[in-house]
Design a protein around this ligand. Structure first.
Ligand SMILES: [Zn+2]
Ligand SMILES: [Zn+2]
Ligand SMILES: [Zn+2]
Ligand SMILES: [Zn+2]
Length: 207
């Protein structure tokens, strides 16, 4: 059992909000930041990334307009989805967007694009461009986290009481004591519960 909403902490001021609340908060907090840390000439986007079928998982990012979709792909793989080098793509409806494009050339405030990782057991994400503003991204780090959901507390499917720590791809979420007694023949394949919409999918371990 997974919760629908989670909270996260603003990287700038430390306040906690839900995904939507964080979007509104950051629109203000990003502008209120001390001017000294901003490079006023560097345009940047405020992106909200959410998992299509798991609303507990979300990210708010700032990304340089000079970053490419390939940079964003690398970032999403690292933080959320990479398990065994599956294919991925960005698209708007049925139109695939070339990964070599710079964000500044294909994104606009208010736009929504989709990201699919792995065409078999697909993890689908929705990326919303919440704003454009001058930011503090550097050449070294074209994409940075503004906020991320706290790990949702997932309850064990077996006992319905304890928080789950492992996932049996066949049977579902398991706490450590239920996992120890688990006997469906698939125990070797138990996957860890990690803070990602890809938890429990394919061979994803979050590492
Ligand atoms: Zn803040
Ligand atoms: Zn995989
Ligand atoms: Zn249990
Ligand atoms: Zn099992």
């Amino acid at each position: 059992m997974r919760p629908k909403t989670t909270r996260g902490t603003c990287a700038h001021c430390g306040k906690e909000f839900t995904k939507a609340g964080m979007g509104k908060h950051l629109a203000k907090c990003l502008i209120d930041r001390p001017q000294t840390v901003q490079d006023k000439n560097k345009p940047c986007f405020h992106l909200q990334v959410g998992a299509k079928n798991a609303s507990a998982y979300w990210l708010h990012l700032q990304a340089s307009a000079d970053a490419t979709l390939e940079d964003l792909d690398d970032f999403l793989r690292q933080i959320w989805v990479e398990c065994c080098g599956h294919l991925s793509l960005f698209h708007i409806a049925d139109h695939e967007i070339d990964m070599s494009r710079k964000l500044g050339s294909c994104l606009q405030k208010g736009m929504e694009i989709e990201y699919d990782y792995d065409m078999g057991a697909t993890t689908s994400l929705r990326i919303t461009v919440l704003g454009g503003y001058p930011g503090l991204v550097t050449k070294k780090k074209p994409i940075e986290i503004l906020a991320r959901n706290q790990p949702p507390v997932i309850i064990c499917d077996e006992c319905g009481e304890n928080p789950a720590a492992l996932i049996c791809p066949e049977c579902g979420m398991l706490c450590t004591s239920c996992a120890a007694e688990h006997d469906c023949g698939d125990e070797e394949y138990l996957l860890p519960v990690v803070n990602s919409p890809r938890t429990g999918v394919c061979a994803y371990t979050g590492e």
